[in-house]
Design a protein around this ligand. Structure first.
Ligand code: PLP
Length: 408
């Protein structure tokens, strides 16, 4: 008899975006003439940078000729891309990472989801609340949690991000082995300082734990005192894996290219307490289950690091940051307490009512779609996330409509 992985039965139906779509569709049906502005989904809206498109086209043409055609590439990614990543994203910022510590892949979602495979089932996992749902669900699938009760899975150490701690959790008192961190955070938009990140790295050393650092939004960091990479902090090479993506940086959400950094000095332990290199474990896993990102996509990603590419990416991010600043300014003027929206495309706002109630209010009174905070965890109750991924004109219009709905 074929049996299922019963851990999947513990998963909570991911009804967030489904429920949002349903409510929007119902409203649209009853008010077909009303314009709706979507500030809900965490997807970029602007086209790929020109430099990336040119490189993409050029590489496609290479695939059309026998003498330049490429078949299977290296699973870890082409050296031309890995060298640029190591030099530009790390060495240029004083972080000691070499090209052979980079694994190019087709998404930070896949990598943050798959990485847990190389760890024991019986480890203790610490996950922030609220946060990107992938970390939690993949550990549920792997059997690292108990049942779901009162909004939380047994055995997971939840790290509350609340107004009281500035939405940055402190190292937990419980014993933990694997720690997920995400900065700039999705959904709160909050960033972490070098000093605070240092306390996490020190904590990991002390507990022989490992930090999984999701830096998918690092390109939005404009304050140069903030770390873009965990490897800008002392001692991180031994206790941290970092995830990056071209998705939010350069509009690759539909093109698919990302990378994971595993320093060769990063270790974990077997049952006897003997050390093992996580770089070699992941290399084994990656080359067994993954066959590389398409050649033209890696050429397009390489173009992000060209002079033109850098300027175009900066312009792209500036555009969204300008949107975010407008959202923040307009909502603050309406008396809302918000965080994020600086060094981040997301604004996290306290609605002073149930998240779904606030969602309905904005939808029906202003025609604006946001994301209810509770979809990202229990601590998101009472909050909503507003995304700056839209046109400036739409953001202006949305802010005007919200003001009108709430003050008339
Ligand atoms: C969007 C996002 C990613 C990126 O995922 P890709 O699979 O690379 O598109 C990773 N982490 C977080 C927190 C995100 O919001």
């Amino acid at each position: 008899m074929i049996r299922i992985n019963e851990n999947y039965l513990k998963l909570q139906a991911s009804y967030l975006f489904f429920e949002i779509a349903n409510r929007v569709a119902a409203f649209q049906k009853d008010h077909p003439d009303k314009e709706i502005i979507k500030l809900g989904i965490g997807d970029v809206t602007k086209a790929l940078p020109k430099a990336c498109i040119e490189a993409f086209h050029g590489a496609v043409d290479e695939m059309a000729e026998n003498n330049t055609f490429r078949g299977y590439g290296p699973s870890q990614g082409y050296q031309f891309l890995r060298e640029k990543i190591a030099a530009e994203d790390f060495q240029a910022r004083g972080a000691e990472i070499s090209s052979d510590e980079i694994f190019v892949s087709d998404g930070a979602k896949c990598d943050t989801g798959n990485i847990q495979e190389i760890f024991d089932t019986n480890i203790n996992v610490a996950i922030p609340d609220p946060v990107y749902p992938v970390y939690l669900d993949t550990n549920v699938m792997a059997g690292r949690t108990g049942e779901f009760n009162n909004g939380r899975y047994k055995k997971i150490v939840y790290m509350d991000s609340t107004r009281e701690n500035g939405f940055i959790p402190e190292p937990p008192n419980e014993s933990v082995d694997l720690i997920y961190l995400c900065f700039p955070n999705n959904p709160t938009g909050v960033t972490i300082t070098r000093d605070l990140l240092q306390t996490w790295v020190n904590f990991a050393h002390e507990k022989k734990a490992l930090i999984l650092y999701d830096a998918a939004y690092e390109a939005f960091i404009r304050d140069n005192s903030l770390p873009k990479s965990i490897y800008e902090v002392n001692g991180a090479r031994e206790v941290a894996i970092e995830f990056r993506s071209f998705s939010k940086t350069a509009g690759f959400t539909g093109t698919r290219c990302s990378y994971t950094v595993i320093p060769k000095t990063c270790m974990a332990y077997d049952g006897n307490g003997d050390k093992h290199s996580l770089h070699s474990l992941w290399n084994r896993r990656h080359s067994t289950k993954f066959n590389g990102v398409p050649y033209p996509v890696q050429r397009a990603a390489e173009a992000v690091y060209s002079e033109k590419g850098k300027a175009q990416v900066k312009e792209l991010i500036d555009y969204y940051l300008n949107n975010a600043a407008l959202v923040r300014q307009k909502l603050a003027a309406l008396g809302f307490e918000c965080v994020g929206g600086e060094n981040s495309p997301y604004i996290w706002l306290e609605g002073k009512m149930n998240s779904w109630k606030f969602f309905d209010l904005l939808l029906t009174q202003a025609g604006v779609v946001c994301t209810p905070g509770e979809g990202f965890g229990k601590c998101g109750e009472g909050f909503i996330r507003i995304s700056a991924f839209n046109s400036y004109e739409n953001i202006q219009k949305a802010m005007y409509k919200i003001k009108k709905a709430l003050t008339d």
